[in-house]
Design a protein around this ligand. Structure first.
Ligand code: GAL
Length: 434
């Protein structure tokens, strides 16, 4: 039975901020004709939050793959702008509640998927996995994050590393600051004043996207509590009043004192571009920023550089994107299956992830022609300890994630460590299921 659809970070969303890149209701019903690889005719409506330059370019790769495989089906891009999907999730929730699902929608693997499966919205894809032999080419670490109770519900498209610090090499050099794999979080925080000068902020933050400060705090916490500590924290086994979490919050406070004045007015991608343009020394962002910087013509090594966020070199803070199709009221069931099948085609995986800044998730996708950063990141996904992002809803139930994001948003104004700890301690008790 369908339950109410939960959303993440609703408090931070404004309907006014919504921009529909394209809109439209459910597609037409397929005729079932075999003229286009079994996809029939009608429309395939794909819902995502990919509207920045690199996101749109990557999505276009998926569109082209689908329309080539299903030439008689009209592809409809229903992307809703707003980094991290905060706006998109509100729109999607309304549509799902109204029995008007798109043909396919974007979400994250792991707990984000689990929350949606609990609502009864996405279809069981286990037989599609079996027919296509997908299990054999997906990484072991990812498989459980695509399943609930042993059944597959989502098709993954990528792996993003969220704990990357993007830097401006000239600003760092002029300030005499070196950031390496061995730089600790306390060294980084101690160096911040050196990075401040006229018109330059030590850290760029695009807090117009609520996920950005939430992700920043998440990696500061990882740097302090380590991999086991983080896993315990998001499952309620390490309390938020642990001294190391408190240290993380104090460091977050110091970093916030060193961010750009317009933090609340700019988005994650503007923060990345501003860093490459020398308005900031650094910015923490997932490697979708790499795709965006290249998309905007910035050059790795000269305009910008990168280093794992200090203290998290051995960690791969994982943010993945995946697509699901509706369990009920599917507008075009046949075309939806063709769409999902295209997502794991090796050529599509290579081309899509090249644009997106991420790593392919299938073992048969080629990395030929990939920039060095993306080659390294793909290796890091296979070799480092994988943690699932809290800010992106992957490591905890939706309600807890929402409380966390809202608490971070309040902290930006109040900088009240005790109040943050109190809120999250309550949430651990009440929202993590014991
Ligand atoms: C994440 C998503 C990325 C990227 C980012 C900014 O949630 O996984 O693919 O799009 O948001 O919008």
């Amino acid at each position: 039975m369908r339950k109410s659809f939960k959303t993440v970070g609703i408090a931070a969303m404004t309907a006014a901020a919504l921009t529909l890149a394209a809109c439209g209701g459910a597609g037409q019903t397929s005729s079932g004709s075999a003229s286009s690889g079994g996809a029939g005719t009608g429309t395939l409506e794909v819902f995502s939050w990919w509207t920045s330059g690199s996101e749109a370019a990557a999505l276009k790769v998926l569109e082209t793959a689908f329309t080539t495989a299903a030439p008689d089906v009209t592809y409809k891009n229903a992307a809703v702008s707003g980094g991290g999907g905060s706006n998109a999730r509100t729109v999607l929730a309304t549509r799902l509640q109204g029995g008007n699902p798109p043909d396919s929608w974007q979400l994250h693997p792991d707990k984000d998927l689990a929350s949606v499966v609990e609502d009864g919205s996405p279809a069981d894809l286990t037989s599609l996995y079996q027919e296509n032999g997908w299990e054999a080419k997906l990484p072991e670490a990812l498989k459980p994050m695509l399943q609930v109770d042993g059944k597959y519900y989502a098709v993954p498209v990528n792996a993003h590393r969220a704990n990357m610090l993007w830097t401006n090499p000239t600003v760092l050099k002029d300030a005499g600051v070196k950031l390496t794999d061995a730089t600790s979080i306390s060294e980084f925080v101690a160096d911040l004043p050196k990075l401040k000068s006229d018109g330059v902020a030590p850290v760029c933050l695009g807090a117009k996207d609520p996920f950005a400060p939430a992700q920043l705090l998440e990696v500061i916490i990882m740097a302090n509590v380590g991999t086991d500590g983080y896993t315990q924290l998001v499952t309620g086994k390490l309390p938020f009043d642990d001294p190391k979490v408190r240290t993380a919050l104090e460091q977050f406070k110091t970093i916030l004192d060193n961010v750009n004045d317009d933090a609340s007015a700019i988005t994650w991608d503007q923060a990345a571009i501003n860093t490459a343009e020398g308005k900031c020394a650094t910015t923490l962002m997932g490697d979708w920023a790499f795709g965006e910087l290249l998309n905007k013509g910035k050059k790795d090594g000269t305009d910008f550089s990168h280093v794992p966020f200090p203290g998290t070199t051995d960690i791969y803070d994982f943010v993945g994107d995946a697509f699901v199709i509706p369990a009920e009221n599917a507008p075009n069931a046949e075309a939806e299956k063709v769409w999902l099948t295209q997502l794991l085609d090796p050529k599509v995986q290579s081309e899509f992830n090249l644009e997106k800044g991420s790593a392919p998730v299938t073992s048969d996708a080629s990395l030929d022609g990939y920039p060095e950063y993306q080659q390294q990141a793909a290796k890091a996904f296979q070799t480092l300890t994988i943690l699932s992002s809290l800010a992106h809803g992957q490591s905890a139930p939706a309600e807890f994630v929402s409380t966390y994001t809202d608490a971070v948003t309040s902290f930006l104004g109040s900088k009240n460590v005790d109040s943050f700890i109190k809120t999250m301690t309550e949430a651990q008790k009440n929202q993590l299921g014991g």
